[in-house]
Structures are given as structure tokens and as C-alpha cells.
Write a protein that binds this ligand. Structure first.
Ligand SMILES: *Cc1c(COP(=O)(O)O)cnc(C)c1O
Length: 464
């Protein structure tokens, strides 16, 4: 274990996990500081300086535990003393109060349904933990936090729902005006109170870009992120990998992960680093194919602008978490910006990761919309299950990977959220969960902004 005797003037006990930046310039911080800062000042991403190893006995003990108990055990290892165990336990118990089905589909295939939370997307797993921990920290420090988040569709709803009516926190959400579905929009725009949605006249990458600038603007105080860049969103995404493994009886397992910003995937990679016996990850992407190309050629080329696919929450041409992934495999991806925050170059591969190791741990496939349609049809015909367009990317990639190990494919959203798309494909509407039906009738309220930082800044400065 590493020892830090003196970090930023504070005495840190041996064995605690601190967080560093992928851009290697910022100071080490505690979990709480990383959560509240969101992003390090050198434009990198926070990452734990070491990942705790979980012994096989402990992994075996998860078989007899509830989801929230596994969450408590795992997250305790990453958090500082500033989060007392009893508070952490309360937070995870409140966060994970819905079902998490794991269904056997075919001999070697399982589907893990992460779509049963309050907003019917896997983003609930991260958002609910994050809302709990941020409310706790804001109250502890007696401050009022503003959470600023960019969403490509599902994050916004999950964050809005998770933070709704939480004390000491308000949430500003930027979404690309013409790139999300009506349901996705209504999940953000019908709540009110401490939830403030903004439709940006731009793409998701523009939303993400403006948010990153805002974080590095010294005029804006007590601002934090809830995008997949925040470490509080990342760590809880490693829990369902342990959970699903514990519900099956295999020595080794593979996961197929429908991926956009690679937060879900990074959760899995952290689980593997903690000792979960993952043979391979199938990185399933839509037509934004920068990662499979990178694995193949070793040359990294972001897709700009990102391509619009029916799996709209995965329309990302330069995944923000790629910097963490490459870092954990010994490389360095750098985003370079001018002083006013404007990105001049990004996705620069400063140091190449261990490509052998990457290729050993990952396979990756880019799935076209046409293939998604075909997969949804086939799985309905063969197994009578309705996949959502994101889950279908994972399933199609699983088919292409043709591995000789059991695979858990992750279903990241409920098909009822994409009823139009499904209706066009299957000829009928999927069942819509009650929670979504009620939404349709509610009154919407949101702001519309131009795609420029000045307007956003003015808006944020005027918030009370
Ligand atoms: C966000 C999202 C994804 C992509 O997850 P990342 O962590 O960004 O890779 C996939 N499917 C759905 C439904 C999502 O909302």
C-alpha cells in the first residue's frame, strides 16, 4: 500500500484511498473533494490512486447478500472517514430499493436488467447514490450546491429524479434541443422546484463542452458535475457487475456493455481491477466507432460531429471516460484547451496504453442502426423479449463476439422509453410502465439557450 504522510498540508492515514487526475498535474484529493469538485483543475478526470483488491471469500459472501449490502461493502472501501458507515448505509439502502432481474436467455447468454429504477434507465444506479452522497456533504458543510449536468438523453432524467426535493442542492440540466425523445425531455421538465432544465441549440457534445468550461470558470462558485465524469457516478457502477456475478455459478464471466461515454464500462473495469473474474468485456458501440477502430489500429480518432443513431444515449464521438480507461492501461489521453476554456485539440494520445493487454481484456464492435433493428426483430421472434435500442447494441455485439464463455449483456433502458422506435420495428407498442404513462400528462417547463458559453454563464450567475 502507498503511504501519504502529507498531502496539501493534511496528515492522511496510511491505507486511505485518494484521488488523482488523469492529466497528472492536479493535487491528490479525498473522495469528498473529488465528488464536490467534479473535475480536477488540469481538465483531467479523477481516478483512485489505487484500487482495493477484494478477496475471493468476500466475493463469495455476496451470494447471500442483498444488492444494497454489496453496495455498502464495496463503496466503504473507496470512501473517506468523512462519510460515516451508518450514513453510507442509509444512502445505499434508500438508493437501491427496486428490482434488478437477471434472466437466462440462452445457454451462454444472460440479460441483466438495469431498467427498473424510477426513470427506467441504468443511470438511476449512479444518480441515486450520487444524490444521496451530495446531499449529505452539502448539509455537512452547510453550503448550497449547484449540480450542472449535460445529458444525451437518459442522464438528465435520472439526475433530476434522484435530486428532486433533496436539501441544499439544485440541479441545472443541459440537453440537446432536438436530439432527445419527448419522454426523456419530460422526465426533466415536469418536476420543477430544485430542478432547472435547459434546451441547448446544439448537440450533446456541445452541452458537454459548455459544462466543462463552466467548471473551470472561477466566477462560478459551489458548482459540481453529475456527468459520468464525476467519481460518485462511476464507483456505484461497479456494484452490479459483482451483484450479477454473485447470482450465477461460474468461475469466469464476460459482460457485453452498450457504451457511449464509457461510464458503465469503467464501472466494470474497476470491478475487474478489484478482483472480479471477468474474462472479457464486449464494448458495444453504435455507429460512433472510434473505440473499435482504436483497438484495431492503435490510432485514436474521435468521431466529430458524433453520429445520430437510434440508441441516442450512446451518440458520443469522444467518450469522456476513455481518459480513465487508457490511464488504467498505462497510457495517456489528453484534452487541450485555451485559457478561455475553448477546446483546441482533444483526444490526443500522449502515451500509448498497453495495447496487448487492452486487446486481451476487450473486444469491441460498432453496430449499425440496421443491425439493431434486425436484432430487435430476431430476439422478439426467437425469445419473445423486447430489447430497447441500446440493449440491442449489446446483444448484437455479443452475437458478433461469439465467445466461448457465459456472457451477461446489460440492458440499459426500458423499451417503453422508446415506444415510437419499437413500434416502427415490431409493429406494436411495447408495454409502457406506469411511471412513464403518468408523465405524458404533466405540464412542462424549461429554458432554451443558444450554443454559446456567455449565455450559459449569465444564466448561471442569475440563479438564486
Ligand atoms: C447513458 C446510456 C448508455 C451509455 O452509457 P455510458 O456510461 O455513457 O457508456 C447506454 N444506454 C442507455 C440507455 C444510456 O442511458
Amino acid at each position: 500500500m502507498l503511504t501519504f504522510s502529507d498531502v496539501k498540508g493534511k496528515f492522511i492515514k496510511m491505507g486511505k484511498i485518494l484521488y488523482r487526475s488523469t492529466n497528472r498535474k492536479s493535487d491528490l484529493v479525498t473522495f469528498k473533494e473529488a465528488v464536490l469538485k467534479g473535475q480536477p483543475s488540469d481538465y483531467g478526470l479523477f481516478i483512485p490512486i489505487e484500487i482495493p483488491l477484494i478477496k475471493k471469500d468476500e466475493i463469495d459472501s455476496f451470494k447471500n447478500k442483498q444488492y444494497y449490502e454489496i453496495a455498502f461493502d464495496l463503496l466503504s472501501k473507496f470512501l473517506e472517514d468523512d462519510t460515516p458507515p451508518e450514513n453510507l448505509f442509509e444512502i445505499v439502502k434508500n438508493a437501491y430499493n427496486f428490482e434488478i432481474p437477471l434472466k437466462n436467455i440462452d445457454e451462454n447468454l444472460y440479460i441483466l436488467y438495469l431498467d427498473r429504477g424510477p426513470t427506467f434507465s441504468f443511470k438511476d444506479f449512479a444518480a441515486r447514490f450520487m444524490a444521496g452522497i451530495m446531499e449529505y456533504y452539502a448539509k455537512q458543510d452547510n453550503i448550497n450546491l449547484t449540480v450542472l449536468v449535460a445529458t444525451s438523453g437518459d442522464t438528465g432524467g435520472a439526475i433530476a429524479n434522484a435530486f428532486y426535493e433533496k436539501d441544499n442542492v439544485k440541479v441545472v440540466i443541459l440537453f440537446p434541443k432536438d436530439e432527445i425523445t419527448e419522454i426523456q425531455r419530460k422526465q426533466m421538465t415536469t418536476l420543477g422546484k430544485n430542478i432547472i432544465p435547459i434546451a441547448l441549440k446544439g448537440k450533446f457534445d456541445d452541452c458537454q463542452h459548455l459544462v466543462k468550461i463552466a467548471f473551470n470558470d472561477p466566477d462560478l462558485k459551489n458548482l459540481t458535475s453529475a456527468n459520468s465524469i464525476n467519481i460518485a457516478r462511476l464507483l456505484p457502477q461497479s456494484i452490479y457487475y459483482f451483484y450479477s456475478f454473485s447470482r450465477l455459478n461460474y468461475e469466469k464471466i464476460c459482460f457485453s456493455v452498450p457504451s457511449g461515454n464509457f461510464g458503465n464500462l469503467m464501472g466494470g473495469v474497476i470491478a475487474k481491477k478489484m478482483g472480479l473474474p471477468v474474462e472479457k468485456f464486449i464494448v458495444a458501440v453504435n455507429e460512433n466507432d472510434e473505440f473499435p477502430n482504436f483497438l484495431k489500429t492503435g490510432v485514436y480518432k474521435p468521431v466529430i460531429p458524433s453520429k445520430k443513431c437510434i440508441s441516442n444515449a450512446m451518440n458520443v464521438g469522444h467518450p469522456s471516460n476513455l481518459a480513465r480507461l487508457i490511464d488504467l492501461y498505462g497510457g495517456w489521453i489528453y484534452d487541450e484547451r485555451k485559457e478561455d476554456g475553448k477546446v483546441i485539440k482533444f483526444g490526443i494520445l500522449k502515451e500509448k496504453p498497453d495495447m496487448e493487454k487492452l486487446k486481451n481484456d476487450f473486444v469491441s464492435f460498432s453496430i449499425t442502426d440496421e443491425e439493431v433493428v434486425k436484432t430487435i426483430k430476431e430476439y422478439y421472434k426467437k425469445y419473445k423479449i423486447i430489447l430497447d435500442p441500446h440493449g440491442a447494441v449489446g446483444i448484437c455485439a455479443y452475437e458478433k463476439a461469439n465467445l466461448s464463455y457465459p456472457v451477461i449483456s446489460i440492458e440499459t433502458a426500458h423499451p417503453g422509453k422508446f415506444s415510437e422506435v419499437i413500434k416502427n420495428i415490431l409493429g406494436f407498442e411495447p408495454e409502457i410502465p406506469e411511471g412513464l404513462k403518468n408523465l405524458i400528462l404533466k405540464q412542462e417547463n424549461y429554458n432554451i439557450l443558444e450554443n454559446n458559453y456567455k449565455e450559459l454563464k449569465e444564466f448561471l450567475m442569475e440563479l438564486k
